[in-house]
Design a protein around this ligand. Structure first.
Ligand code: SF4
Length: 303
């Protein structure tokens, strides 16, 4: 999947965002259309057939329908956006995106009920709008991925989040993200950070709810290596190893040859040499180890 970063501007103020605090310059920045066209063609030549547009909030760009059409014209068969869903609550807008080539959407929802989600985004009504966006997508038969960033503020809400959406036919995947300690997350880390051990009870309960609702195969946990979560089945973990099928065109509109989950500083130590996953595993993100050390790093036996 090619991931193209389009803009920084966003109407939400999520304190765990990996983007830096917005300045007028960053808010005004957007990837020029000619650059996007170039990157889409280059990505297609490299063999990519799926593209995701990320930001920022890409639905704030008036050019988004044009960008989707460019992707379709360049030959992409899978074309998606990552969005907070606020604008996609409008039926006519989401239909326009669909008519322009949208084939999937990742909606960022960080709670199972309105009050907490709205508080985290700093936008009253954001949860209801995201839920309406899901209605629109389902009506258009466009699959939705829901992503939830795990912080101290909302970790306990994870099981209710799964329960709230697991039965929705349009939800094809739940992505539960450990935060990247970058951008705003570093500014607010003292209030939001939590060690992986403190996440396990809520994760376990979330998987149990998913299983009870027949949705366990839709749930994935991102950004932690397998040794940190021994009780979670390995196939449910993502972004812990090299994935050559995921390339990021970064905010400057360039790709630097690194695949998406290799871009962040990673930590491994000598214990990893005896781990069965050493050759595959990228290790812990540095930002996590800087805050919690490496005590959870325990070599895995067997494959
Ligand atoms: S011990 Fe090292 S190589 Fe093994 S899973 Fe943990 S971080 Fe990865």
């Amino acid at each position: 999947m090619l991931d193209v970063f389009l803009n920084y501007a966003c109407q939400a103020k999520c304190p765990f965002c990996y983007n830096p605090p917005l300045t007028p310059e960053l808010t005004a920045w957007k990837l020029p259309l000619d650059r996007l066209a170039h990157e889409l063609l280059e990505g297609h030549k490299k063999g990519f057939r799926g593209v995701t547009f990320s930001g920022g909030e890409v639905t704030l760009l008036a050019e988004l329908p044009t960008m989707l059409r460019l992707a379709r014209k360049a030959g992409y068969s899978s074309i998606g956006v990552i969005s907070n869903g606020i604008r996609m609550a409008e039926e006519s807008y989401t239909r326009e995106l669909a008519d322009s080539g949208l084939s999937f959407a990742c909606l960022s929802i960080h709670a199972g009920e309105p009050a907490l989600h709205d508080e985290l985004l700093g936008v009253p009504g954001a949860f209801d709008k995201a839920a309406r966006a899901l209605d629109r997508l389902e009506a258009l038969k466009i699959p939705a991925v829901l992503n939830f960033v795990i912080t101290r503020r909302n970790v306990a809400a994870m099981p209710a989040f799964i329960e709230r959406f697991a039965a929705r036919p349009g939800v094809v995947e739940f992505q539960l993200y450990f935060p990247h300690y970058e951008g705003l997350m570093t500014v607010h880390a003292d209030a939001l950070k939590l060690p992986v051990g403190d996440v396990v009870p809520a994760l376990t309960a979330a998987f149990a709810r998913a299983q009870a609702l027949g949705a366990q195969d839709k749930v994935f946990v991102y950004n932690m290596p397998p040794c940190s979560l021994p009780s979670i089945p390995r196939e449910r973990l993502r972004n812990w190893e090299e994935e050559s099928a995921s390339l990021l065109i970064d905010p400057k509109g360039v790709e630097d040859g690194r695949f998406q989950n290799e871009r962040r500083g990673r930590y491994k130590n000598e214990k990893c040499r005896s781990c069965a996953l050493d050759a595959r595993c990228l290790g812990y993100e540095n930002g996590y180890v800087e805050r919690y050390g490496d005590a959870d790093l325990r070599p895995v036996k067997g494959t």
